[in-house]
Design a protein around this ligand. Structure first.
Ligand code: SF4
Ligand code: SF4
Length: 407
């Protein structure tokens, strides 16, 4: 029996493959097998990468106990690619990853980190932050190092602080093995940066929803015209493609009856040519086990499935969701401390279910100080949103919806 079939049968009787023992340690049903790998230069890279953006939490702190168990389980299945960033989990992701990987030999794991373009205030910051990142991750080098989130608001820092050349210097010193960038700008901007510099890889937001709707295909084609290998981020759009409406699910099962929404989204992304790895921001062991299952038994999507996926994306689009990927970049700049992605997530859920009472319950579960009605409409969040979402306007709409339910 495959792991997913096993899990499904266990879910059917109200249990899971992850049992909590008396001491609190979770016992994982043991499975053998490794995820599919892709060759990149002299490396074997797992097709599933562990994104460390949404780690398991205990209150405001990372739950190191569960995180270390996840890392152990990941590595046992060949998922040894770990992607972190300076700003992830309020700056705590790198340190947690450093701790969790300490017991492994350095050459057994692949570490990707990112130079935080938005936090650069001078040329010197590039080196200063890089050195801080090496320390936090407890490593002497990064296998993959990216200029993080190049977009209309960060491109000046990228240029003015000579980030590319400084990072290429790190590469010459052996402190970085591969230099790339992650991107949330326009196709013209992408053309410019891929034409003016040579890159080992590019990290792009690739998922079947964004493919046509958000110019992802156009961006992918630009990168491919330079034969730059791709690392996929947001293959499930921050979880949006895991939570499909009944109508969208019905469509998915017409052409992919053996998939879950998550497994199909991941398989779709991995099926693009020249993809090195697909990052999944896994927050718990259940998600990890499901993702590992997908890539242990990896089968690319067929041409026919590809065509039908366009119809699925149209259904999802027509359901009017806010295109938030829950990256939390907006929160960094919000003086009022609004939990913007939480508000958008519950609004999207409401649009799927039309359940106003549930919307009100979830709205009220956001801490009072982080609720949308505290927004002072300064607009700072918008400058850091890779999806160009009209955040203040939408927050006002959500506040209005909550008021209507009260009335
Ligand atoms: S517009 Fe509102 S949500 Fe955006 S940064 Fe300002 S206070 Fe925060
Ligand atoms: S609103 Fe934009 S910046 Fe904020 S979490 Fe969503 S996608 Fe990210």
């Amino acid at each position: 029996m495959k792991r997913r079939e096993f899990l499904n049968s266990m879910f059917a009787v109200g249990a899971t493959a992850i049992m909590t023992a008396g001491c609190g340690k979770k016992e994982i049903i043991q499975y053998d097998g490794e995820v599919a790998k892709r060759k990149f230069k002299d490396m074997e890279v797992p097709l599933l990468g562990f994104g460390c953006m949404r780690l398991p939490m205990k209150g405001k702190e990372i739950d190191m106990f569960e995180f270390e168990q996840m890392v152990e389980e990941a590595i046992r299945h060949g998922v040894n690619y770990f992607d972190t960033a300076y700003m992830y989990v309020d700056g705590k992701s790198e340190t947690a990853l450093g701790k969790a990987l300490k017991k492994y030999k350095r050459n057994e794991v692949i570490i990707a980190d990112k130079s935080p373009t938005i936090f650069m205030h001078s040329k010197d910051d590039v080196k200063k932050i890089f050195e801080e990142q090496l320390k936090k991750c407890q490593t002497d080098y990064f296998d993959f190092y990216l200029i993080h989130n190049i977009n209309k608001n960060t491109i000046d820092n990228y240029k003015n602080f000579d980030m590319y050349n400084q990072i290429m210097d790190f590469k010459r010193q052996g402190l970085v093995k591969n230099v790339g960038f992650s991107f949330h700008g326009t196709p013209d901007m992408l053309k410019e940066i891929t034409e003016e510099n040579t890159w080992d890889f590019a990290q792009l937001q690739l998922n079947y929803f964004d493919w046509n709707i958000m110019q992802a295909q156009e961006q992918y084609n630009i990168v491919q015209s330079h034969e730059i290998p791709v690392i996929v981020m947001e293959p499930l759009r921050g979880g949006v493609l895991c939570n499909l409406s009944d109508k969208a699910l019905e469509k998915l099962y017409e052409f992919a009856p053996n998939d879950t929404p998550a497994s199909y989204g991941l398989r779709w992304a991995a099926s693009r040519n020249n993809v090195i790895t697909v990052l999944s921001g896994m927050s718990n062991l259940d998600q990890m086990i499901d993702n590992i299952e997908t890539f242990e038994n990896y089968i690319p999507v067929t041409t026919s499935q590809d065509q039908q996926t366009e119809e699925l994306a149209s259904i999802i689009q027509s359901e009017g969701e806010i295109n938030c990927t829950a990256c939390k970049y907006c929160i960094e700049l919000c003086p009022a401390g609004i939990n913007i992605p939480a508000a958008f997530s519950l609004y999207n859920q409401y649009k799927l279910t039309n359940n106003k009472n549930l919307f009100a319950v979830y709205y009220d579960s956001i801490p009072e100080s982080e609720r949308p009605h505290k927004c002072i409409k300064c607009g700072l969040c918008k400058t850091n949103c890779p999806q160009n979402i009209e955040i203040p306007e939408l927050l006002a709409k959500i506040v209005q919806l909550r008021k209507e339910i009260q009335a």
